[in-house]
Design a protein around this ligand. Sequence first.
Ligand code: A3P
Length: 270
Amino acid sequence: SGHRPHARRNTSEVAVRRLPKAIIIGVKKAGTRALLEFLRIHPNVECSGPEPHYFDKNYNMGLEWYRDRMPETYSDQIAIEKTPGYFVTKEAPQRIYDMDPHIKLLLVVRDPVTRSISDYCQAATKHTLQPYESMALLDESLGLVNTSWSAIKIGVYSRHMEHWLQVFPLAQIHVVDGERLIDDPASELAKVEQFLGLPKFITPSHFYLRGFKGKFPCLIKRGKPHCLGEKTKGREHPVVKEAVLQRLQDFYRPFNAKFYQQVGQNFDWN
Ligand code: A3P
């Protein structure tokens, strides 16, 4: 899509850039890219590819700047963007509400311990890092969790969720199970379609299960499988010492329980 609005065939309607009707707010490393790419196959959805980071980093750019980051849509379509940084940004809920109090929010979640390892793997591609164990715990023998490390902080979902629920009713937030998005993407997407009020479109025939690294679903487009970034998704996770995993699960357990209560959904993470 270039910068000139294009007219739809058979009608004189012109596609224009509109503010999003739904935003994928997080969580980083829980499958946010997969959710966006899967939603994109819906004919009534257009998505912005890059993350605009408007409500966290670029808020000073103003609403017109933000609208310009959106894809062109026809009147029967909605624009969706994803920026996982929003979920952990304190100011984001109120800023989004100020733009559109009726907006729909999508949140993909995953076991916070696995999520932190995934986050570590991503960071390790950019800098040389110490082993995961020594970053996650302040002192392995004492088992004190390094709660100031962002890879740990992001996973305290209940603390972030609290900020969202102070601004938005739960009915405006749909939580997607990141594990189910991998194992049964069509049924997770059906729930998302329903939440967004879209006609039912996405079916199992759109997916090629376990097509990527024998594990992750790929999309079937014109008969061919299309998988997410070969290098950037589905990275090999290090084997983490069992005692360290246990310690982290213990750390997250009360926050997870609080989160299940907040969203009225149980994820059985530990
Ligand atoms: P890993 O790379 O640790 O396996 P995000 O897009 O939010 O950064 O999330 C990345 C995670 O999405 C990946 O983490 C992977 O587990 C998950 N994922 C879900 N569906 C996927 C798919 N179809 N292809 C690749 N990764 C997928």
